[in-house]
Ligand binder design. Structure first.
Ligand SMILES: Nc1ncnc2c1ncn2[C@@H]1O[C@H](COP(=O)(O)OP(=O)(O)OP(=O)(O)O)[C@@H](O)[C@H]1O
Ligand SMILES: [Mg+2]
Length: 261
């Protein structure tokens, strides 16, 4: 009888979309992640900040399957994905952008997105999943370019786009996979102030609520302008995780990171 009680259902904690437990990563003798626990709630914009070398990119690489972890577990949408290959995680809805731009420079913006869409469709058509097929077919490269604010740059070669526009194009490419979780590794690095502002608007006005975001970021204006929660990574361990307010008030965070920023 208790199981049918709607109040009981509401009172239980919402399931995390991504749950990382005791994650460790060593490169030879060099221990880079030292037991990271982190929960990412559905539809959150969850920033991960921390000094250079803290292990932020390594965390993204281990979450997406580029590097196998040395220990610990990664659960995505309730499934243990710790040992899955990169492409199997991508098919389940994990997508990322790179700290170093990763586009086809001699293809134009639209072609870069079309390549990503084609790869996604090929897999989904093969599964003959009518519902997903309809959704994949309904999304065009032009829709995605418009979403990130690059509609007028569709025919421009990726290599001649401004640095900021290249980062936006990478977001469009990642969105072509229709991810449930998008990991962005320093998207605003190298952006002009105007491009940074446009990126904050993109997250707040067009991405929030549609896709869960893990945002690795050094620019505190971007972090404070977008994040619902902030995880502070220092020396491969979580120093603090909380709301922006909690993080700003945390004396350890202030001393270890924000005070020097
Ligand atoms: N493939 C690798 N092999 C060996 N060491 C690595 C490898 N990748 C990262 N490291 C080391 O792990 C540590 C953390 O690096 P990582 O790139 O994750 O830091 P980060 O927090 O992303 O830094 P940044 O803010 O500069 O991007 C560094 O000491 C780095 O040299
Ligand atoms: Mg990094």
């Amino acid at each position: 009888m208790q199981d049918d009680d709607p109040y009981v259902a509401r009172a239980s904690a919402p399931q995390a979309l991504l749950e990382i437990s005791g994650l460790t990563k060593a490169f030879g003798p060099h221990s880079v992640l030292k037991g990271v626990d982190l929960k990412i709630a559905p539809n959150a914009v969850h920033a991960v900040i921390g000094p250079n070398g803290a292990g932020k990119t390594t965390l993204v690489n281990v979450i997406t399957g580029v590097h196998p972890p040395s220990g610990g577990t990664i659960a995505f949408a309730g499934e243990d994905v710790t040992d899955l290959a990169v492409h199997h995680r991508a098919r389940r809805g994990l997508a990322r952008t790179f700290q170093i731009t990763n586009l086809f420079g001699d293809l134009n913006a639209q072609e870069n997105v079309e390549v990503a869409l084609a790869g996604t469709r090929r897999y989904r058509l093969a599964r003959l999943d009518a519902d997903v097929r309809a959704r994949a077919g309904a999304t065009t490269a032009r829709d995605l370019l418009a979403l990130v604010g690059l509609a007028t740059a569709a025919q421009v070669k990726a290599e001649v786009l401004s640095h900021g526009d290249q980062r936006l194009l990478e977001v469009a490419v990642a969105l072509a996979c229709q991810p449930r979780l998008l990991l962005l590794d320093e998207p605003s690095a190298g952006m002009s102030p105007a491009e940074t502002k446009a990126f904050i608007d993109l997250v707040n006005e067009r991405l929030r609520g549609k896709v869960t975001i893990v945002l690795i970021e050094h620019d505190m204006a971007v972090v404070m302008g977008t994040a619902d929660r902030i995880c502070v990574l220092a020396g491969g361990a979580v120093l603090a995780d909380g709301t922006p307010n909690e993080i700003m008030q945390n004396p350890f965070v202030r001393e270890a990171y924000l005070g020097r920023a």
